[in-house]
Design a protein around this ligand. Structure first.
Ligand code: CDT
Length: 317
């Protein structure tokens, strides 16, 4: 079986709060057609790709909150994307807000799915690292209430699909070394990541000028240190008054950027990715079995926060 995966970035520009699922799905289908015309096997869409990025608003009504969530996938509104996938033979990664039912209780997740070239769901991932805050913080120019609206996922898995081992992560996950390493330990060869990243980060506005740099830095490090392809895809541009970074790109296991978007709107960018190119990194510099020293890493899973001195002043070495 060929180990070449022709990847398309399916970057989205802004989605207005008033836009319907049908309008958005039409845009996703247009991007998929373009990707197919370029010979793509798999198109990667952003995080929460069916609606505007609603965690920017404080809401209390369950009815209002749930209006941004999907109870089923596919649904009547998203079925055309699955039909087109099967017709064209183009798989996809799609981020959306999932309203699950667990023991009769509604649970909300920030989710992505992996769909194969036959239009079948072959993988599901629920965002582990939820940024932001739980309560209304009026001092911010806009809210980032992911901790309020979502329950964190608890698993980074890898799916055998597209002739290789494919992993998924969502937005803030890309900043954490653990995300890539847990999948790296499962032999991941391509990590797909959709994101919505405001240029402005209210608690640390001094980082605003670095937001694109930090985006690329995190994904390049994750790719190189785990010998894997990484595909990062933005919902970009000025959405409901909040500017989101673009910077969608495809990164090789060498850490090099192979393709990237040049706008902050709906845009396709493509790369021909040889999954066998992971091998030289996984068998040499990052041969985990030969070089990792897990006996020295216990703290990574034993504790969450940094260790403080008794007087709370610093980190114990
Ligand atoms: N959607 C999402 O996870 N956004 C966050 C914003 C945090 S501000 C540093 C992100 O990590 O991009």
């Amino acid at each position: 079986m060929s180990r070449i995966v022709n990847i398309a970035i399916g970057q989205l520009g802004p989605i207005a709060r008033a836009d319907s699922r049908q309008q958005v799905v039409k845009r996703l289908c247009d991007l998929m057609r373009e990707a197919h015309a370029c010979g793509s096997h798999l198109i990667v869409y952003p995080e929460l790709a069916l609606t505007t990025f609603f965690p920017r608003w404080y809401m209390e009504s369950d009815e209002e909150i749930n209006s941004f969530f999907e109870r089923e996938m596919p649904s009547a509104a998203t079925q055309p994307l699955f039909d087109l996938s099967r017709e064209l033979g183009v798989g996809f990664y799609l981020g959306y807000a999932e309203l699950a039912s667990e023991q009769g209780k509604a649970v909300r997740y920030n989710t992505s799915i992996l769909v194969n070239r036959q239009g079948e769901i072959v993988g599901k991932y629920r965002k582990v690292h939820l940024p932001g805050h739980r309560e209304h913080e009026p001092w911010r120019r806009f809210q980032h209430l992911e901790k309020r609206y979502f329950t964190p996922g608890n698993h980074f898995g890898v799916t055998h699909a597209f002739g290789g081992k494919i992993g998924m992560a969502i937005c803030n996950d890309r900043r954490w070394a653990e995300t890539y390493r847990v999948m790296g330990l499962q032999g991941v060869e391509m990590v797909l990541i959709g994101y919505n990243t405001p240029v402005h980060n209210a608690p640390a506005p001094q980082h605003d000028d670095l937001s694109l740099f930090h985006n690329q830095l995190s994904m390049q490090a994750g790719a190189y240190q785990n010998g894997t392809w990484v595909v990062g895809v933005a919902k970009a541009g000025m959405e409901e008054g909040v500017d989101g970074i673009g910077g969608s790109c495809i990164i090789a296991p060498s850490g090099e950027v192979l393709a990237n978007c040049i706008t902050k709107g709906d845009e396709v960018a493509i790369a021909r990715c040889d999954l066998d190119f992971c091998e030289v990194y996984k068998r040499t510099t990052f041969n985990f079995d030969a070089h990792r020293q897990p006996q020295a890493y216990g703290m990574i899973v034993e504790r969450r926060g940094e260790m403080l001195m008794a007087d709370g002043s610093g980190v114990v070495s």
